[in-house]
Design a protein around this ligand. Structure first.
Ligand SMILES: [Zn+2]
Length: 112
């Protein structure tokens, strides 16, 4: 489930860790914990394959400290993803875009 999202999150954490923590192995311990946590959240996500990207998800299932970390990772690695993995990144941001458009349409119909 959510294999595409997992791949994106996985790559973003790797980019972030390599640039900021200079790990001896692929990831430092802190980022391994973060990654395992993020993968678990994706697996348990109630939206399944149709889930919005976590940035626009209404559920916010992350604990607050993990949420801060993943936000930092995404802010740092998001633009770099576009350069290194443009196809995955575009798919990810397209989903977000489509989702936020849907959300704004829903909002309008609620206001009536
Ligand atoms: Zn790290």
């Amino acid at each position: 489930m959510n294999e595409g999202e997992k791949k994106v999150v996985d790559k973003m954490i790797a980019i972030y860790c390599r640039a900021n923590h200079k790990p001896a192995l692929e990831l430092c311990e802190e980022c391994i914990v973060l990654k395992n946590y993020a993968m678990k959240r994706l697996e348990n996500c109630p939206f399944g394959e149709d889930k919005p990207t976590c940035g626009s998800c209404p559920v916010h299932c992350y604990k607050s400290d993990m949420r801060l970390k993943i936000k930092e990772v995404m802010r740092f690695a998001g633009p770099r993803m576009l350069l290194r993995h443009p196809i995955d990144a575009v798919r990810h941001f397209y989903k977000e875009y489509r989702r936020s458009r849907l959300a704004s349409v829903n909002e309008k119909s609620f206001r009536k």
